[in-house]
Design a protein around this ligand. Structure first.
Ligand code: PHE
Length: 338
């Protein structure tokens, strides 16, 4: 009988396939192929209805036998795979040291940023978020930098589609917060800024700044000095020396740049401070009353100070890093050291 021959052939292939399966996954594939709902055996059983009536019992019994053989063989094979696995596990020497997985840690820049934020938070400053994609209004106009203003040059800017730009300073945060919230305000914000500078050891087209400001009745320049000196002592140590140099920013009046005495050479002059003995770390000043007009805060009642610090700079000083590019290249040999 031709059908029986065919079934015998199928049986042979099936048993061979199962015996040769190399692992549990392959075995499962064979099981589905032969015993599954749409499998070869199921098909064969369905096919019995086309067999001549007198042959039906014989064919039926034959298929059942094959099915049983396949089922038993699969069960045996599965059993032996599981035993092998168990044996492998038992042969393991559990006293051997485990595989050490490398654990990541904070990037030096992020660590610096968090340390600085933490100090200001303890002084009562509240951390806020602020967008990186901005409009000319927040990055320039509202900060008293009109289109033809020469200091636009200082804040060279990347423009993006739709009249937007990548902010070139975190001072945008002053406007963002003051236009929505009324004094007293004591705010800190850290984030990325972008300037199309040529990249070298001390310049990057993207870097981090921290902006802080305080607005209330009776805030004076001495408050700014007190806060910044408090910060410098906390971060760089009690004997840090600091100096304020007059400077110009359109959004502060008066304005200053703040230096700390180079702690590599103690102020004598070295490579790190370009033989000046001082390192500039931030810009600051009393918030220009014109800014208050923009955000509808009464300048006859309120005063305030603001400062903006370069985090990369401070990170490099703190850890003795002499090239800003190292902070952005993600070379694990460098990062591992922190
Ligand atoms: N935004 C200025 C800069 O990027 C720094 C600054 C902030 C100066 C706040 C004064 C007040 O150079």
């Amino acid at each position: 009988m031709k059908l029986l021959e065919k079934l015998k052939g199928m049986e042979k292939t099936a048993l061979k396939e199962i015996i040769e399966s190399a692992n549990l996954d392959e075995l499962e594939t064979s099981r589905v192929k032969y015993l599954g709902r749409k499998g070869v055996i199921t098909d064969a059983i369905k096919g019995i209805k086309n067999v001549a009536k007198k042959d039906k019992p014989r064919v039926g019994q034959f298929i059942n036998k094959i099915k049983q053989k396949i089922t038993v063989l699969i069960a045996e094979k599965e059993c032996s795979f599981r035993e092998e696995e168990q044996a492998r596990f038992e042969n393991d020497d559990v006293t051997l040291p485990g595989i050490r997985r490398e654990i990541g840690h904070k990037h030096p820049l992020i660590k610096t940023m968090e340390d600085i934020i933490e100090i200001f938070t303890r002084m009562g400053f509240k951390p806020v978020d602020s967008p990186e994609v901005e409009t000319e209004f927040y990055n320039f106009e509202a900060l008293n930098i009109p289109e033809d203003h020469p200091s636009r040059e200082t804040f060279h800017t990347f423009y993006v589609e739709g009249g937007h730009l990548l902010r070139s300073q975190t001072s945008t945060t002053q406007i963002r917060i003051m236009e929505r919230h009324k004094p007293p305000l004591q705010i800190i914000h850290a984030g990325k800024v972008y300037r199309p500078d040529a990249v070298d050891a001390s310049h990057s087209f993207m870097f981090y700044q921290i902006e802080g400001f305080m607005v209330d009745e009776g805030i004076a320049f001495s408050d700014l000095k007190g806060v910044l000196e408090g910060f410098a002592k906390e971060y760089f140590g009690e004997d840090v020396k600091m100096r304020f140099r007059p400077h110009y920013f359109p959004f502060t009046e008066p304005s200053a740049e703040v230096d700390i005495a180079c702690f590599i050479c103690g102020g004598k002059g070295c490579r790190v401070c370009s033989y000046k003995g001082w390192l500039e770390i931030l810009g600051a000043g009393m918030i220009n009353p014109r800014i208050f007009e923009f955000v509808k805060i009464d300048p006859s009642k309120y005063t305030g100070f603001a400062f903006g610090m370069g985090i990369d700079r401070i990170c490099m000083l703190k850890y003795g890093i002499d090239d800003i590019r190292l902070l952005y290249e993600n070379d694990v040999r460098f990062l591992r050291q922190f």
